[in-house]
Design a protein around this ligand. Structure first.
Ligand code: DX5
Ligand code: ZN
Length: 226
């Protein structure tokens, strides 16, 4: 179990796009650690979010790292523009990469941290041969494409299995959980071995988003009964 405090990454997908600057400022002022940026192409997922010009605008005001989740086919075409638009971490989907090892190397060559996201149906065992090359694995706990969906409970077992696989191979691996995260499931996810929680609607739809981020950040699995 990591002694380091877990990280919170609010997903800008759930922000008010007409008041994006205020919402970015809110995240800056909160105890959140990263901005989670969801880029969708309408092909890999049945939705289109926003693209690199919007990400550049976010980067201009964000004072915390940008954790970019590319839900797009053939992401190699966009790695450079992604980095140039302000990405610190670039996560591609396992299901969208024919030459995943090459893609991860390209992300690192740009100076970014490299992540892989797995859809709910994709077994974590498939990452065995690239595990040592990864900075982050994003386990999707909903089918990607939309915010506000119901958390898939099989994710607990996936987190636990992946943390076990990473032991002794990549002890510093970030395990991020994305989709339907709330204070109802966060403690159990952390206990299973997750250390980055993405939260979209739970944070941005809250009456007090700053307090909501704090409630996620304050979870202490050593004192909490789960
Ligand atoms: C879904 C995105 C998520 C989404 C999470 O495709 O990858 O990052 O914004 O939103 P919530 O927390 O509302 O499920
Ligand atoms: Zn995401």
């Amino acid at each position: 179990m990591s002694l380091q405090k877990h990280l919170i990454a609010p997903s800008v997908l759930a922000a008010d796009f007409a008041n994006l600057r205020d919402d970015i400022q809110m995240v800056n002022n909160s105890e959140a650690d990263w901005f989670h940026i969801d880029i969708m192409d309408g092909v890999f997922v049945p939705n289109i979010s926003f693209g690199f010009p919007v990400m550049q605008a976010i980067a201009k005001h964000a004072t915390k790292p940008l954790d970019v989740h590319l839900m797009i086919v053939d992401p190699d075409r966009y790695l450079k523009v992604c980095k140039d638009s302000g990405a610190d971490i670039i996560t591609v989907h396992y299901e969208a990469c024919t030459h995943l090892h090459r893609t991860l190397a390209a992300i690192k060559e740009l100076g970014c941290k490299a992540g892989v996201a797995l859809n709910p149906h994709t077994p974590v065992a498939l990452l065995k041969d690239v595990l040592a090359d990864l900075d982050l694995v994003c386990l999707m706990s909903v089918n990607p494409g939309f915010g506000g969906q119901k958390f898939i409970t099989n994710t607990y077992a996936k987190v636990q299995e992946l943390r076990g696989m990473a032991q002794g191979v990549n002890d510093g691996l970030f395990i991020e959980v994305d989709g339907g995260v709330t204070t109802d499931n966060a403690a159990r996810l952390l206990k299973a071995g997750a250390d980055v929680l993405v939260a979209g609607s739970f944070v941005f739809s809250a009456k007090d988003p700053i307090a909501t981020v704090k409630s996620l950040k304050d979870i202490d699995i050593n004192v909490q009964n789960i």
